[in-house]
Design a protein around this ligand. Structure first.
Ligand code: MG
Length: 419
């Protein structure tokens, strides 16, 4: 796997207001998506030029692209360029499933995920620094997770704007990261050929070249009216804006999730409620941490169990005060577990899960209210643990009751389950 990181350090005189470290928008784009899924699922295709389609070729592996194949194209033309290519029929169900799994990885990092196609998304990770580290560290971790969980390569561009993050992800391909730090935007952008800009097709490219413009920087420095005369006012305004990295668009997440949950499979059926209690504490840690990362408070706590005979049951209760803290959720979860104890003892449980729902945004003002009763919720402690775990890994600090159970400690590493 090749990891290419381009870091354009800002020149000292080139930081007009922009703070270094502000680059927190990621554009994640799966590499040769359909073809990569085919190569993943059929080892005989590894390392070979693969074309997906029939009649019309809709995707090509990097090995096929190396022969100059650009998609979409027709099969005959593609075969002329690369006679040894293997042509496979598309399996859209498999692509959809892979896409869902990849987006679940994205949403484990931040709720601000804006999908723009089946294999591309913008992520705003500026709020995730405290939990998961720098945008660069987040991008590296995300690539590792997508590779491990879904088996696919993803390239990631990191920048201060959506537009530039997308340009950067092209530079990151294949299978790499490209970081454009705040302050280094124009140093990265201006030497690029104008064709790298959104909205510069063959016609515009030809016109710009006839004016002696080959790079983004050259175009940026052409006076407005000259560019407008050549391309029309709207088009010129758009190109000038992006040539100066002016893109105020925010990452727009779809409607927020209605619940946040996690679960642990238990292997063989357990009847011992104490054992389940230990598993439940680990789950509460994960779920509460996610609530805090999402800046939301939960009113309803639901315990979910799969019994020894595979029947699924759930028990729910509402807390007095919406919360994102471990302790009140532990209290509620234990109350629910105690209620379910007779059924567990009789029929055993093979899976235990917890979901927090009825979510409300955490209002910053609320935090200053003294609703954390003495001896109860301790936000400072929970945040300190979140911080330690994000810097040193989940195993660095854990509840005393989990320390002697390596199997449960292990379950910390499981991906979050979204209900
Ligand atoms: Mg792609």
């Amino acid at each position: 796997m090749c990891e290419r990181v381009f870091v354009n350090r800002p020149a000292a005189d080139e930081t007009p207001g922009g703070e270094v470290g502000d680059a927190g928008i990621l554009h994640a784009d799966l590499d040769a998506f359909f073809a990569s899924v085919e190569q993943r699922d059929d080892p005989s295709l590894h390392g070979r030029p693969v074309l997906v389609g029939g009649g019309v070729i809709v995707a090509a592996s990097y090995e096929a692209k190396a022969f100059g194949i650009k998609t979409p194209t027709n099969e005959r033309a593609a075969r002329r360029l690369c006679p040894n290519a293997v042509v496979v029929s598309p399996r859209f169900d498999a692509y959809l499933e892979a896409s869902r799994a990849v987006f679940a990885c994205f949403r484990n990092v931040t709720p601000f995920v804006e999908g723009i196609s089946i294999d591309e998304a913008f992520l705003d990770v500026r709020g995730a620094r405290r939990l998961f580290g720098t945008p660069e560290a987040i991008a590296a971790q995300l690539r590792t997770t997508v590779r491990a969980d879904v088996g696919l390569p993803v390239s990631i561009g990191i920048a201060t704007t959506k537009f530039l993050a997308k340009v950067a992800s092209v530079s990151a391909k294949p299978d790499g990261i490209c970081l454009v730090p705040a302050g280094g935007e124009l140093g990265f952008l201006h030497p690029l050929p104008v064709e790298r800009l959104w909205g510069v097709g063959p016609k515009t490219s030809e016109r710009l070249h006839s004016m002696g413009i080959a790079t983004v920087g050259e175009m940026a420095n052409i006076p407005d009216r000259v560019l407008a005369a050549a391309l029309g006012r709207a088009h010129a305004a758009h190109l000038h804006a992006i040539a100066w990295n002016r893109d105020p668009r925010r990452v727009r997440a779809p409607a927020r999730r209605r619940s946040i949950g996690s679960q642990s499979a238990l292997g063989r059926p357990r009847r011992d409620v104490e054992e389940l209690d230990t598993a439940l504490l680990a789950i509460v840690d994960r779920v509460a941490r996610r609530l805090r990362a999402d800046e939301r408070l939960a009113r309803t706590i639901t315990l979910r169990l799969r019994l020894g005979d595979s029947e699924r049951i759930s028990r729910a209760l509402s807390v007095d005060m919406p919360t994102d803290l471990n302790e009140p959720i532990v209290v509620a979860a234990r109350e629910l577990l105690a209620k379910a104890a007779p059924i567990i003892e009789e029929r055993g449980a093979t899976l235990i899960g917890l979901a927090c729902s009825n979510l409300v945004p955490r209002d910053p003002l609320q935090l200053t209210l003294p609703f954390a009763r003495p001896g109860r919720a301790n936000r400072a402690l929970d945040l300190a643990v979140d911080d330690l775990q994000s810097r040193f890994g989940n195993a660095v600090i854990t509840r005393a009751s989990l320390v002697n159970d390596s199997r449960l400690r292990h379950s910390f590493a499981e991906p979050l389950y979204e209900s």
